[in-house]
Write a protein that binds this ligand. Structure first.
Ligand code: GS8
Length: 217
């Protein structure tokens, strides 16, 4: 039975999982969830994720939510298929992949998400972007990216000289960030910029990015 992902292609967290599917060359079905109609807050979807957020995965009788938990499951279950995202044959490299996936989750995402929300989502909801939130988040993100710049001076990717789930998890939010004036925070750091250009040009992500449009942008 094919994997079923409930979500929408424009959503960052859904795109994270879709990119993983493409890296692994898996068959899957994307079941659309209409956020604008509030479908994610209705009982059928709440039965899949009680927190009422997309995406959710169904694999036979297993239901999962949390995009990063889903990608980890998929990368592990299909470790012999497609690109190895978790370095499953090397314990130390696998541990570094975990370190940098945690960094994305706890350092990078909290800094970048408010910039994307204020710049692209708030206007769609008829609200004006709050520049003070954007400015504070850009400063926070800059500090995180100073550490990335130093790291990427020594290795081509975050966990080492190999692309991994750690890099992949950054793709959707950074893709939207690069459509805003805050893109300078990436462009000003040469190793971060080269890393971004490299990871965002992988065919798996290019396919996913075609569906990532916010109000036509
Ligand atoms: C976050 C899911 C999330 O924020 C994950 O899966 O990684 N930590 C979770 N989903 C958003 C769309 S992401 O673009 C969502 O469902 N928002 C609607 C809402 O919260 O009501």
């Amino acid at each position: 039975m094919a994997l079923k992902l409930y979500g929408t292609a424009m959503s960052t967290c859904t795109s994270r999982v879709l990119t993983c599917f493409h890296e692994k060359s898996l068959d899957f079905e994307l079941v659309p969830v209409d956020l604008f109609a509030g479908e994610h807050k209705q009982p059928p979807f709440l039965a899949k994720n009680p927190f009422g957020q997309i995406p959710a995965l169904e694999d036979g009788d297993l239901t999962l939510f949390e995009s990063r938990a889903i990608t980890s499951y998929v990368a592990e279950k299909f470790k012999g298929t497609g690109y190895d995202l978790i370095r499953h044959e090397n314990l130390k490299e696998a541990a570094l992949v975990k370190v940098w996936t945690e960094v994305e989750s706890h350092q990078y995402n909290p800094a970048i998400a408010p910039i994307v929300y204020q710049s692209l989502v708030a206007p769609l909801q008829g609200k004006s972007p709050d520049q003070s939130i954007i400015d504070a988040s850009v400063e926070k993100l800059g500090k995180v990216l100073d550490i990335y710049e130093a790291r990427l001076t020594g290795t081509r990717y975050l966990a080492g000289d190999f692309y991994s789930l750690a890099d992949l998890h950054h793709l959707p939010y950074t893709y939207y960030l690069m459509k805003t004036p805050a893109a300078s925070v990436v462009n000003e750091r040469p190793h971060v910029k080269a890393w971004w250009e490299d990871i965002s040009s992988r065919p798996a992500f290019k396919k996913v990015a075609e569906g990532m449009k916010f109000g036509g942008k």
